[in-house]
Design a protein around this ligand. Structure first.
Ligand SMILES: Cc1cn([C@H]2C[C@H](O)[C@@H](COP(=O)(O)OP(=O)(O)O[C@H]3O[C@H](C)C(=O)[C@H](O)[C@H]3O)O2)c(=O)[nH]c1=O
Length: 183
């Protein structure tokens, strides 16, 4: 398993080993002991799976407020995405900064996003499926969002607002300037 830190070091990329043969491959996509030794020591208690039919589907930027804040371990089962994490930790030297990476079923690379970050992704292909583990249960009342294409954040998504498919919730998410971080 290869683990590398992104420019915001608490956000990490994990590429599990694939054992390939003429049938295909086998891979341990999560192993608590191996992840703990790599510095990722979360008690994941919920698995999520989303399917996005259209290329250019944007889901995010989302978070849950404490005590339901979530760390996330994200991977792509089919297709590919650009995954984005925004540091929303008020005392962080990288507060308001973001990192992005491409995740695909082809590589199997995963991203670990700790509590205190906003999370979002845009799909790069139709029929993209994303699976992710979280370490806190869903709590709708704690669910929050920030505008995905906020100009202060300046995230380079690689598509314009006109090209993006959004939920109603995401389309009316507040700006970063109006976001009072709970982290
Ligand atoms: C997240 C979640 C949602 N739901 C229900 C609530 C809604 O009625 C429905 C769709 O939820 P939402 O539109 O928030 O789904 P996404 O836009 O994919 O949101 C997710 O996408 C971004 C990328 C994230 O990081 C979060 O995990 C999550 O916010 O599923 C649940 O029942 N449990 C859950 O854990």
């Amino acid at each position: 398993m290869d683990v590398t830190a992104l420019a915001i070091p608490d956000v990490k990329l994990i590429t599990p080993r694939r054992f390939s043969d003429d049938r295909g491959f086998f891979s341990e996509t999560y192993n608590a002991k191996a992840f703990k030794s790599a510095g990722i020591d979360c008690d994941f208690i919920q698995d999520n799976h989303s399917f996005s039919a259209r290329k250019g589907t944007v889901r995010g930027l989302h978070y849950q407020s404490p005590p339901f804040a979530q760390s996330k371990l994200v991977r792509v089962l089919r297709g590919s995405i650009i995954d984005v994490a925004v540091d929303a930790r008020k005392n962080s030297s990288t507060f308001g900064q973001w990192v992005k990476t491409e995740l695909s079923a082809k590589t199997g690379t995963q991203i670990f996003i700790p509590q205190g970050f906003l999370h979002g992704f845009v799909t790069l292909e139709p029929d993209t499926e994303v699976a992710y583990k979280v370490d806190a249960f869903y709590d709708g009342a704690s669910d929050g969002s920030v505008k995905w294409d906020d100009t202060d954040l300046g995230i380079e998504w690689g598509l314009s607002g006109a090209e993006a498919s959004l939920s109603e919730k995401d389309a009316k998410a507040p700006k970063w300037a109006d976001f009072a971080s709970p982290f």
